[in-house]
Write a protein that binds this ligand. Structure first.
Ligand SMILES: Cc1cc2nc3c(=O)[nH]c(=O)nc-3n(C[C@H](O)[C@H](O)[C@H](O)COP(=O)(O)O)c2cc1C
Length: 192
């Protein structure tokens, strides 16, 4: 039904494409983003908890996101405040077409690790979809990802987790080939 060669090639050509590699501000049709999200929704999920939650920023929404993350950083950075980091948080989102905040809605019927794993599978589905659509994307756990105060801005609360952001844009500068150590260094076969 599917051509394995084609699927292998798609998976093996997946790359992270960062915001400074995008055509600044060029918008991907929302219909394509919706397809990425539909694919995310097909991720495996123990007990069908479907823990992934996404908030999608685009257009003026990107300015809202940029202002939120830069101002929260400024408020909480204390002695560690760096003007260039503040500047990047305030401007990098504006290079993107869409930014998808990645949330995990906690359900105590399965261990937290499994809920995080399910969300990561959903993100990988989006990553692979970017290859099919010829667009760039990457998962960032930078910015305010681990700031407890950020959660409510993305509709999360309590033991829910903010797991970062999926940045998206049309590719201006493609990523170079990914370097990986061979799989044979990381596997063990037990045959008898
Ligand atoms: C959970 C997770 C968090 C990540 N966070 C960041 C990040 O904050 N900043 C960044 O530049 N890349 C981030 N990345 C992307 C990695 O840098 C990227 O996957 C790695 O460089 C390998 O490149 P490739 O994805 O093109 O194979 C993250 C990836 C994962 C899986």
């Amino acid at each position: 039904m599917f051509n394995p060669e084609e699927i292998n090639s798609l998976i093996r050509s997946r790359r992270s494409v960062f915001a400074d590699q995008y055509v600044p501000g060029k918008k991907i049709p929302d219909e394509i983003i919706q397809q990425l999200l539909e694919n995310a929704n097909c991720a495996p999920t123990h007990k069908l908890t479907e823990p992934w939650r996404f908030t999608i920023f685009t257009g003026e929404g990107l300015k809202k996101f940029a202002e939120f993350q830069s101002e929260l950083y400024k408020k909480n950075a204390g002695d560690k405040f760096k003007q260039d980091k503040y500047g990047k948080l305030a401007t990098t989102p504006l290079l993107c077409s869409h930014i998808i905040a990645i949330g995990m809605k906690r359900n105590v019927s399965v261990p937290e690790m499994e809920e995080i794993a399910a969300v990561a599978c959903a993100v990988e589905n989006m990553y692979l979809s970017t290859v099919a659509y010829g667009i760039g994307g990457y998962w960032s756990t930078g910015g305010v990802t681990y700031d407890e105060e950020a959660k409510s801005f993305f509709g999360l609360q309590g033991d829910d987790r903010l797991m970062g952001f999926f940045y998206l844009g049309y590719i201006q500068t493609p990523s170079v080939k990914s370097m990986r150590r061979p799989i044979n260094e990381k596997i063990t076969w037990i045959r008898e």
